[in-house]
Design a protein around this ligand. Structure first.
Ligand SMILES: C[S@@+](CC[C@H](N)C(=O)[O-])C[C@H]1O[C@@H](n2cnc3c(N)ncnc32)[C@H](O)[C@@H]1O
Length: 653
């Protein structure tokens, strides 16, 4: 048994940056909101047919009503009817409004360069940290995108066309292979999870009929261009089935000419045209209409929600399109985070990561997976390929990425301790200069690329494993992966790249995840595993509090991993304590440190659970799975209570 002192029993954590309280509420506290004229002014989005209708009072139908200024979604003839209707309306009344970019301050509009950002959402009042301030049902959702991560995670398994989850039991990859779980829709034979997914409106209303009538099979499972076309097909289906949503979709911004200039979007659009007109035989949709709809889908897509990190577990491979949500601008240091609450219509919601002041532009990270954890030089091409803009947020403009040194490479000069940073961080061919004031070293981007490419090639043999489902059978492999990755990190950290280099952080994130799964599955873990997990967790908390400040889900995951490490170390400490307590007087110093660890652990657990509540209660959500998976068992909870009692007594005495 290892020496108890080897356990890191105490962790100081900073409260989430710019934190306030964590109350979540969906509606303003006041009884009603001010009214404003329902006239279309130049600072507002052009009114769709729906909004035109809303010039009628929602209570009496009288014309020339005025908008509720908080949300501008509904109108009333006057205060009396607004007050009367408040109970019904308050759940939909949100403190954001769309404004024309030209009405922003110079500083705000400078951050939003590019043609697509004609409108943005701004806060109409102060929004509290952790407040879920906006929610709407999505116009559309569908499987995809089929990017390299999706390919790696799906491992040849199909995705349910309705709920977009990977269907397990399909390939050798799954432990629980079971042909019975291989379900296909009984009408069109596309993959679905079960009868409920088969009969969901989303699948059965339109595409299932088109596929059955035209014998469109998913010939090669996971032939993703086909999957990706479902979004465009569903969008076109709205024209007949849901004219209101169809109008909302057509009103979304999309620079079609730009889309046609980029290789990835052109591929997507051309595939859509071919699939819909040739495979599905839907000649009623013209090439140009399909192109228009496909480019709207492409540029307004919210893809793959957050999941724990580099090649981590993806819960759904799904794309969502919202109406008001699609006005939210992107920032790599966003003030809000989005999540989708699965339901028949899938609701997309936004929560404030930090307190947001009235008038501030609402920003979010469009694609967590691709954007959050990589350096500016990786994010820029992704954002320009997928959303056709060059991000100018404070993180993108700062060579050190807010002092995290995410892309810093060790200066090759022998006597120098500094790191090379990109002179122009948004340019791929930038010159790199040393950050030491006494060193004049300059290197080219090719030289830096060689170093990063050599690290990437060393990381390749550590592919994504699905440890959460693999259980004990995979634990030997998990341990090997932890050891192998740790060796790599040690080899490159500080000698070739900065210890915070994004490639090393990605490797460490995998280590932390795998340590977590390891201790959850293996009874006799080595204390080193806990030590490793805790040291990585502390380091990442510091870095990600700068990159995803506030109550971000990344912070939630890190805290969760940290508390589970502490929990295990306390469990270990408690067992030796209870034994010794029977024999002799308890060592007060040890009690003190165990007690501190206990309270630290509870604090972290509490905060991570609060953060996870953003998606909380959602069946099959990643967060729910994590929480259930490692919920302390009853005997352990009694053990904690016991610990609390004896510690209190001994310390009080
Ligand atoms: C989801 S749409 C947002 C729609 C747009 N804001 C509008 O006017 O309705 C994405 C597009 O907004 C623009 N955009 C979003 N965030 C931006 C940013 N930080 N800087 C520049 N353009 C941005 C890009 O053109 C991108 O293609």
């Amino acid at each position: 048994m290892a020496d108890d002192r080897s356990f890191p029993l105490s962790i100081e954590i900073n409260p989430s940056s710019r934190s306030s309280d964590h109350d979540c509420f969906l509606v303003p506290e006041e009884n009603t909101c001010p009214l404003s004229p329902a006239v279309d002014n130049e600072n507002e989005i052009p009114m769709s047919e729906k909004q035109e209708d809303q010039k009628l009072c929602a209570v009496c139908g009288k014309n020339n009503a005025r908008f509720c200024t908080n949300c501008r979604q509904i109108s009333y003839c006057g205060k009396e009817h607004q007050t009367q209707h408040w109970k019904a309306h308050k759940a939909d009344c949100f403190p954001v409004k769309a404004v024309d970019k030209s009405s922003l301050s110079l500083c705000d509009s400078a951050k939003l360069q590019g043609r697509g950002a004609s409108h943005v959402l701004v806060a109409t009042r102060d929004i509290k940290q952790a407040e879920i301030f906006f929610q709407e049902s999505t116009i559309l959702s569908a499987p995809g995108p089929w990017d390299s991560d999706a390919i790696e995670v799906a491992k040849g398994r199909p995705i349910c066309v309705s709920c977009c989850e990977i269907i397990r039991g399909y390939s050798d990859f799954d432990d629980d292979e079971d042909e019975e779980s291989t379900v296909k829709c009984s009408k069109c034979f596309w993959p679905v999870c079960n009868f409920f997914c088969e009969s969901s409106k989303r699948h059965s209303e339109y595409e299932c009929k088109v596929f059955s009538a035209n014998n469109v099979s998913s010939m090669v499972l996971n032939q993703m261009p086909d999957y990706e076309c479902i979004l465009v097909l569903r969008a076109l289906g709205l024209r007949e089935n849901d004219p209101e949503r169809w109008m909302k979709l057509l009103n979304l911004a999309a620079p079609m000419d730009v889309c046609m200039d980029f290789e990835t979007s052109l591929f997507y659009i051309n595939n859509g045209v071919k699939f819909i007109r040739e495979r599905c035989g839907l000649k009623q949709y013209s090439d140009s209409l399909i192109r228009q709809v496909a480019s709207i889908c492409y540029v307004n897509a919210f893809c793959n929600e957050d999941h724990p990190g580099e090649n981590g577990y993806i819960y759904k491979i799904a794309t969502y399109i919202g109406d008001v949500s699609s006005k939210v601008a992107h920032s790599c240091v966003a003030n809000s985070e989005w999540a989708v609450i699965p339901s028949d219509e899938d609701h997309i919601r936004f929560r404030a990561l930090v307190p947001i002041k009235a008038g501030e532009v609402i920003t979010t990270v469009y694609n967590y997976k691709q954007v959050c954890h990589e350096s500016t030089l990786c994010r820029q091409p992704f954002l320009s390929d997928h959303y056709f803009f060059s991000c100018s947020c404070e993180r993108c403009l700062d060579p050190s990425e807010l002092n995290t040194f995410l892309c810093a490479v060790k200066c090759p000069s022998e006597k120098c301790d500094g790191y090379l940073l990109p002179l122009e961080p948004k340019k791929s061919n930038t010159v790199w200069t040393c950050n030491s004031s006494t060193c004049e070293m300059v290197e080219t981007s090719f030289w830096v690329e060689e170093i990063t490419n050599s690290i990437i090639s060393k990381l390749e043999p550590f592919p994504y494993k699905d440890p959460m489902r693999g259980l004990a059978k995979q634990m030997t492999e998990t341990k090997k992966l932890i050891i192998g990755l740790k060796k790599l990190v040690d080899r490159y950290s500080g000698s070739h790249v900065h210890p915070n280099h994004y490639l090393l952080l990605g490797a460490e994130w995998k280590i932390m995840q795998n340590c977590y799964y390891y201790i959850m599955n293996v009874k006799h873990w080595s204390p080193d595993v806990i030590g490793l997990m805790i040291s990585i967790g502390k380091k990442h908390l510091e870095i990600f509090d700068k990159l995803s400040p506030g109550v971000s889900r990344r912070r939630g995951y890190i805290l969760y991993f940290l508390q589970s490490g502490l929990l295990e170390s306390i469990r270990h400490g408690t067992s030796s304590l209870t034994k010794s307590h029977k024999k002799k007087v308890v060592d007060p110093e040890k009690h003190e440190s165990l007690k501190k660890a206990y309270y630290d652990m509870m604090k972290m657990r509490d905060e991570s659970v609060k953060i996870f509540s953003f998606k909380g209660g959602i069946k099959n959500s990643m967060e729910e799975e994590l929480l259930n998976f490692s919920a302390p068992d009853q005997p352990f909870l009694s053990c904690l209570k016991f610990l609390e009692r004896i510690l209190d007594q001994s310390i009080d005495a």
